[in-house]
Design a protein around this ligand. Structure first.
Ligand SMILES: *Cc1c(COP(=O)(O)O)cnc(C)c1O
Length: 409
C-alpha cells in the first residue's frame, strides 16, 4: 500500500512552497462522507464556501471554484475574457509568469512579454513604470489585458499589485488586469476589489493550506461584461452557468465535495477573529520570512530576491555559491533529513533552492527545516559564514508573535 508512513519515525518536513503542509483539522474535515451534490445539505456548504472565499479575496463579486489545479484557473481567466488573436501584455517575473505566457500562446493569444532583461527580471518585482510606458504607447488600445503574478513562487518575490493598477489608470488604458495570486492568497495581503483587479486567479495548495485540486477565479463586473463578448472557445470553464447555479449553492457539474469541506474548515481557521483573522495570517508569514532570511544572511548566502521591498512572506529563494549544485544540496537534505525543499525552476535551475514558510507551520517546524538546510549545506561542502540556525533562533526568541501560536484555553 502506498502511504505517507514510509518514514520510520516522526514526520516528513514538506518545506516546498506548495503544496504546503495541511493542518490535521483540515484533513479530518475531508474525511467526512461525500454527500449528494444536488441534495439540500449541499447548498448550505456551497453558499458557505462561496461567501468565505469572497472574504479571503476581499471581494463582493462572484468567485468561481473549479475542480482543477491553478493552471486550469489560468486558462479559465483567459478564455472567459479574450478572443482569438487578442494582444496581451505578460509581465515576466519568473518561471510561473513564463508558464502562463506559454499557456496564453497555446490558446492563440498574441502575447508580448515585458520585463527587465536577463536574470535581473527574476530577482525583482513587476516594474509598474514599464507597464505604464507600454500602455501609453498603445494609443489604439490594441492591448486587451495585462497579466502579472502577485507572488512569484519560483523566486520569492511579491509584486505590488496596487502599483500596477495605478499604472494602468495613469495610462488611461481600458485593458483588463489579470493577476495570478495562486501562492499569494491567504498568506500575503491581497485585495481584489480595492486594487481594481479584474480576474484574480488562485489555487488550493498554497496559502489556503489545502491539498491540490481546486482553483479559483475572482471576477470584477468589468470582467463579467468582457466575458459576454469574448470568443475564445470555452465550455467547462465558462463563467455564465457557474455564476447562475452558484446563486443557490450548486455547480453545473460535480464539484470537489471533500475539498469543499476542507476549504470550509481552512476558511474558518484563516478568518477566525479569535486568532486575529487575515491580518494575523499576513503578519505571521512576514515574521517567519524574516526569521528564515536572518538564517540565510548568517550563512552568508544570497537571497534570490534582490529588492527587500518585495521579499516574499511565503517562501525564500536561497542562491548557492558558484559551482555548488543547489539540487545536489536538496538531495542530501531530502535523503539524510527527510525534508523536501523547492527546486530551482527554469533558467535558475541548479543555482538556487526554495524554502517554503506557509501552510501548517510554526516557529519550531521552521527551525527544524533550517537545521536540515544548515546540515545539508555543510555536508555538500558549502563554506558557511556562520550559523543560520542560531540567527533564526535569536530572531524568533526576540520577536514574539503578535498573536500567540497557541491560544490559552
Ligand atoms: C503553483 C503555482 C502555479 C501552478 O499551479 P498548479 O496548481 O501547479 O497548476 C501557477 N502560478 C503560481 C504563482 C504558483 O505558485
Amino acid at each position: 500500500m502506498l502511504t505517507t508512513n514510509f518514514h520510520p519515525t516522526g514526520r516528513h518536513f514538506l518545506q516546498i512552497p506548495g503544496p504546503s503542509p495541511v493542518p490535521d483539522r483540515v484533513l479530518r474535515a475531508m474525511s467526512l462522507p461525500t454527500i449528494d451534490h444536488r441534495g439540500p445539505e449541499f447548498a448550505a456548504l456551497g453558499l458557505k464556501v462561496l461567501a468565505d472565499i469572497q472574504q479571503i479575496f476581499r471581494t463582493r463579486h462572484p468567485v468561481m471554484i473549479y475542480p482543477a489545479s491553478g493552471t486550469g484557473a489560468w486558462e479559465a481567466a483567459l478564455v472567459n475574457t479574450l478572443s482569438p488573436g487578442d494582444h496581451v501584455l505578460m509581465y515576466e517575473t519568473g518561471h510561473f509568469a513564463s508558464l502562463w505566457n506559454k499557456l496564453a500562446v497555446r490558446l492563440g493569444l498574441k502575447t508580448e512579454v515585458l520585463g527587465l532583461p536577463g536574470l535581473d527580471g527574476w530577482r525583482r518585482g513587476v516594474q509598474a513604470n514599464l507597464i505604464e510606458e507600454r500602455l501609453k504607447a498603445d494609443t489604439g488600445h490594441a492591448i486587451k489585458a495585462v497579466c502579472v503574478v502577485h507572488n512569484e513562487t519560483s523566486t520569492g518575490v511579491t509584486s505590488n499589485i496596487a502599483a500596477v493598477r495605478k499604472a494602468i489608470d495613469a495610462a488611461k488604458h481600458p485593458a483588463l488586469l489579470l493577476v495570478d495570486t495562486i501562492s499569494g492568497l491567504a498568506s500575503a495581503d491581497y485585495r481584489h476589489d480595492d486594487w481594481g483587479v479584474d480576474v484574480s486567479i488562485s489555487g488550493s495548495q498554497k496559502g489556503l493550506m489545502l491539498p491540490p485540486g481546486i482553483s479559483f477565479n475572482a471576477l470584477s463586473p468589468k470582467a463579467i461584461e468582457a466575458s459576454k463578448s469574448a470568443r475564445l472557445p470555452k465550455a467547462f470553464w465558462a463563467w455564465d452557468e457557474i455564476i447562475e447555479m452558484n446563486k443557490t449553492g450548486y455547480w453545473p457539474s460535480t464539484p470537489n465535495t471533500n475539498l469543499l469541506y476542507a476549504l470550509s474548515e481552512a476558511c474558518d481557521m484563516l478568518l477566525d477573529p479569535a486568532h486575529g483573522g487575515l491580518a494575523a495570517v499576513f503578519t505571521r508569514h512576514q515574521r517567519w520570512a524574516e526569521g528564515v532570511r536572518s538564517a540565510v544572511k548568517a550563512w552568508g548566502l544570497e537571497i534570490q530576491c534582490a529588492d527587500p521591498s518585495v521579499y516574499s512572506p511565503i517562501l525564500t529563494g536561497v542562491m548557492t555559491p558558484e559551482g555548488v549544485d543547489a539540487d545536489a544540496v536538496r538531495k542530501i537534505i531530502y535523503e539524510r533529513f527527510d525534508c523536501s525543499l523547492g527546486t530551482g525552476l527554469g533558467k535558475i535551475k541548479g543555482r538556487m533552492f526554495r524554502i517554503g514558510h506557509l501552510g501548517d507551520c510554526n516557529d519550531l517546524t521552521l527551525m527544524a527545516a533550517l537545521s536540515g538546510c544548515e546540515m545539508g549545506l555543510k555536508l555538500a561542502g558549502v563554506r558557511l559564514a556562520g550559523s543560520g540556525v542560531l540567527a533564526a533562533m535569536d530572531y524568533f526568541a526576540s520577536h514574539p508573535a503578535t498573536v500567540p501560536q497557541r491560544l490559552a484555553a
